[in-house]
Design a binder for this molecule. Structure first.
Ligand code: SF4
Ligand code: SF4
Length: 330
């Protein structure tokens, strides 16, 4: 799938679950969802940037967004989407019917076993998992590796009912029940994590090999980071040019909440950075790892974004066509 720029788009804050490791407190997860644009307004606004986007829809729970399937249908006319979902919503059946799997780069199905048990949610999870898998969507199951999950790894592995879709363990990060993870894992938990990771890599081996690039949120090698994740501050990063974070109202930021705003998608004021620059923030480990990679930092520009200093907006440059772009780049 070819795209110029990727966005971590927090579509909404709302979620029907209350996982105790969630980054959002309960009052945020319980907020009423606000719609800032119609599906066509959003799709037109992304297209007006002149760029092809890979839009990672997250939340909250993205499939709880009221116009979720219409939005996905509008966005995927020109762009590519990916999705983090707890697979609880009835909208996913409509999604499986109407959305072209070729326009979806990946679905990360979060298992969340404690909430699943509290809310009797396993049946609906497995129903949606089977629907999406059978419809041809690229999908894997992940589970946040709490100490309880690691202690019951074999039982957890049996929860998804689609053969081969075993849960991939995700590192627990940050504060959890008074301890700071991943540093707080003890040696038995680390070993249980490694075993789970190895089984997951084996189960998804062919699926991963067939992909043109790994999923951006890629927990398959999280066992490399059991002692802690590497620091990124100061490293050259393409966030701001090849990657941005978008908030529910369309405001765009390089990544962390302390980065400067780069305009708004809906008002047509989005302005990507011209080139990679040193990391000046803190953000999600997976995006940090991807956009400090040589593939993004050595090749300075996305299609349509000038390599050198430029006063020409990138969406205008893209419309100029190949020959004129080459002249401008000299
Ligand atoms: S399903 Fe995801 S967004 Fe919802 S509470 Fe759990 S971790 Fe948070
Ligand atoms: S916080 Fe991560 S995504 Fe943001 S600039 Fe630093 S390395 Fe890049």
């Amino acid at each position: 799938m070819d795209y110029d720029i990727e966005a971590d788009w927090q579509l909404l804050n709302t979620c029907n679950y209350r996982c105790d490791y969630c980054f959002f407190p309960g009052e945020v997860l319980g907020e009423k969802t606000v719609l800032y644009g119609t599906p066509d307004e959003w799709a037109d606004a992304f297209s007006a940037t002149g760029l092809t986007w890979q839009l990672h829809l997250t939340g909250g729970e993205p499939s709880a967004y009221p116009d979720f399937v219409d939005l996905c249908a509008a966005l995927t006319r020109r762009h590519v989407i990916s999705l983090n979902s707890n697979l609880t919503q009835t909208s996913l059946a409509d999604f499986a019917r109407r959305i072209d799997p070729a326009r979806v780069s990946v679905i990360n199905a979060g298992l969340h076993p404690d909430e699943r048990a509290r809310r009797r949610g396993l049946e609906v999870f497995n129903r949606n998992l089977a629907l999406l898998h059978d419809a041809g969507f690229p999908i894997f199951v992940s589970v946040v590796a709490t100490p309880d999950v690691l202690a019951a790894a074999d039982d957890i592995a049996r929860l998804p009912s689609v053969p081969g879709l075993v849960p991939v363990p995700k590192l627990l990060r940050g504060s959890y029940r008074g301890q700071h993870y991943p540093e707080a894992y003890d040696e038995a938990e680390r070993e249980a994590f490694r075993v789970m990771s190895r089984k997951a890599r084996s189960a998804y081996g062919a699926w991963r090999a067939a992909r043109s690039e790994p999923p951006t949120i890629d927990p398959f090698a999280d066992d490399d980071f059991l002692a802690g994740t590497p620091p990124f501050r100061g490293k050259t990063c393409a966030a701001g040019s090849r990657f941005v974070r978008i908030e529910p109202q369309g405001d765009v930021f390089r990544c962390g909440s302390d980065t400067a705003q780069q305009g708004n998608i809906l008002t047509g004021t989005f302005a990507p950075h011209a080139r990679p620059s040193p990391c000046n923030s803190g953000y999600c480990f997976y995006f940090c790892r991807k956009y400090t990679g040589a593939e993004y930092t050595s090749r300075q520009v996305a299609t349509g974004v000038l390599a050198g200093p430029s006063l020409v907006p990138p969406h205008f440059v893209k419309r100029l066509g190949g020959a004129l772009q080459r002249v401008l780049r000299r």
